[in-house]
Each structure stands twice: as structure tokens, then as C-alpha cells.
Design a protein around this ligand. Structure first.
Ligand code: NAP
Length: 245
């Protein structure tokens, strides 16, 4: 689809990658860019219309879908990462919060906006996923589970919306230079690069973006993940547990 002239909505548009998505949409000539955020006063980017939205609030999601009935491009960017593992975490609160936002919140948005996209000619839906959709990193284990669920959701939504001509794009990335990865010292790609790759895919009709080298390597290794992906992860995690790192 053509972004120029379209109406788009980005969730979590107040900071980080969501802000980069909103800014890129404006620069590509989108006619209207709704910047959805829990605190809409934080959406100050020129050309972006603030909209109050917590994606875990199903009633508000429905209201926003009514209010923004001209949207033909939905970018499900909002997400949380609690740096929590499965067994070592004190309870399941982090795992539930991540699933509630990254999976159920994204699911709510897809369901509410599917008819809006249909009414506007099909359009496109972008789901912001992760390299963590493909394998479990113990440092962010429950986050990975929520992104794996969201990957499955994305593939299913693509199948279900094909008949209405909606392009469903999965964007996977490793570390991106935003608040979410602030504690990470490994190489990160810029949010601008992710936004550009995602919208290039939308304009080219491509269904998947693997935004960096690590993400491409992991995806290519999936059929042999127990040989290629997990042994170094296990070794590193064991060294942390044993205090030898
Ligand atoms: N940074 C990375 O390394 C990385 C890598 C791969 C994928 N991602 C994904 O990229 C997306 C954007 O993350 P980021 O890196 O920009 O992280 P970030 O800087 O932590 O920003 C997260 C954004 O999501 C919003 N958000 C969280 N929960 C929400 C909710 N219930 N309703 C509405 N908005 C909500 C936040 O709003 P508030 O300001 O109100 O908290 C914020 O705008 C996420 O889906 C993340 O999982 C990030």
C-alpha cells in the first residue's frame, strides 16, 4: 500500500520506537497520523494527533477504533518487557503483564481495527515483534513467550484477513536503541532503521521484516535451534547461575 495520503495509527507513539514510527509516517506523507499513548500529553511530535489509549483497556480500544474510523494502516508497537524469567521470578506477575500487553493488547487492537481496515480498502497492519519470538533468552524469558504468542497471532491474523486484502507485516528485531534496551551494552539498531524497514515492507507488500543480522541468523537457524541457538545461550546462563561469568 502507499503510505502517502493514508491515515495511520501507531500505539505507544509517545517515545522510543513508536515515536520513530510516527515520525517516519509523517515524513512519508501520511495524510493523518494518530499517535496513541497512555499519556497523550506526551505525544508532541509535529503532525501527529494525540489519542489516549491503553491497549489493555478493551473498552477504550473499541472507542478508539470508532473514533479513528479512517485508519488504513495500523502499527501495533506498544509493548512491555519486565526482564523476568520463568522459574526464578518471585511470582507470575511480570509474565501476566507482558502477556496482557504484548499478546492480549495486540489481539484486541487487531480485532477492533480489522473491520476499520476492511472499510478502508484492506490497508495494512504492522505488528512489532522480536527476535525473542523465535527463541527463549532466560533474561527476558516471559517477554519472549509473549512475543512468540504475538508471532503466532500475527500469522493467524494474516490468514484471517487475507480475504479483505489486508497486508499483515511481522517486524522482528534484536536490540533497538530505546528505553527498553537501556540496560543492554550490546550493539543496537536505531529505531529509525526499524521504522524505515517496516514501512518499506508495507509499501512493497512484504509480510516479514527481520531488521538486523542477529534476527536474520536466528530465524535462519530455527530448524536446528537445539544445535545452533540454544547451546551458547545455555552456557552463558549456566555461567551466570554458577557465578563464574
Ligand atoms: N527496544 C528493543 O530492544 C526492542 C527489540 C525488539 C522489539 N521491541 C518492541 O518494540 C516495541 C516498542 O518498544 P520500545 O523499544 O520503543 O520500548 P519503550 O521505549 O519501553 O516504549 C514502549 C512503548 O509502549 C507503550 N506501552 C506500554 N504498555 C502500553 C499499553 N498498555 N498501552 C499503550 N501503550 C503502552 C509505552 O508507553 P508508556 O510511555 O506509557 O510506558 C511506550 O510508548 C515493543 O513492542 C517492544 O517489545 C523492542
Amino acid at each position: 500500500m502507499q503510505i502517502a495520503g493514508s491515515a495511520a495509527l501507531v500505539t505507544g507513539a509517545n517515545r522510543g520506537l513508536g515515536l520513530a514510527y510516527a515520525r517516519e509516517l509523517v515524513s512519508r506523507g501520511a495524510a493523518k497520523v494518530y499517535g496513541a499513548a497512555r499519556h497523550p500529553d506526551q505525544v508532541t511530535e509535529p503532525g501527529v494527533i494525540p489519542v489516549a489509549l491503553d491497549i489493555t483497556d478493551a473498552q477504550r480500544v473499541a472507542e478508539v477504533a470508532k473514533q479513528c474510523a479512517d485508519v488504513s494502516l495500523l502499527v501495533n508497537n506498544a509493548g512491555v518487557m519486565k526482564a523476568s524469567n520463568f522459574i526464578g521470578a518471585p511470582n507470575t506477575d511480570a509474565a501476566r503483564a507482558e502477556m496482557e500487553t504484548n499478546y492480549f493488547g495486540t489481539l484486541s487492537m487487531c480485532r477492533a481495527f480489522a473491520p476499520v481496515l476492511a472499510a478502508n480498502g484492506g490497508g495494512a497492519l504492522v505488528n512489532m515483534l522480536s527476535v525473542g519470538s523465535f527463541y527463549t533468552n532466560p533474561f527476558t524469558a516471559s517477554y519472549g513467550a509473549s512475543k512468540a504468542a504475538a508471532w503466532s497471532l500475527t500469522n493467524g491474523v494474516r490468514l484471517e484477513l487475507h480475504h479483505q486484502g489486508t497486508l499483515v507485516v511481522a517486524v522482528h528485531a534484536g536490540f533497538i536503541d530505546t528505553d527498553m534496551a537501556a540496560m543492554v551494552s550490546e550493539p543496537k539498531i536505531s529505531p529509525e532503521s526499524v521504522a524505515q524497514q517496516a514501512f518499506d515492507a508495507v509499501e512493497a507488500g512484504q509480510v516479514e521484516v527481520l531488521a538486523d543480522e542477529r534476527t536474520r541468523t536466528i530465524k535462519a537457524s530455527l530448524s536446528r535451534d537445539q544445535e545452533l541457538v540454544y547451546p551458547p545461550v545455555q552456557e552463558f546462563w549456566d555461567s551466570i547461575v554458577q557465578g563464574t561469568h
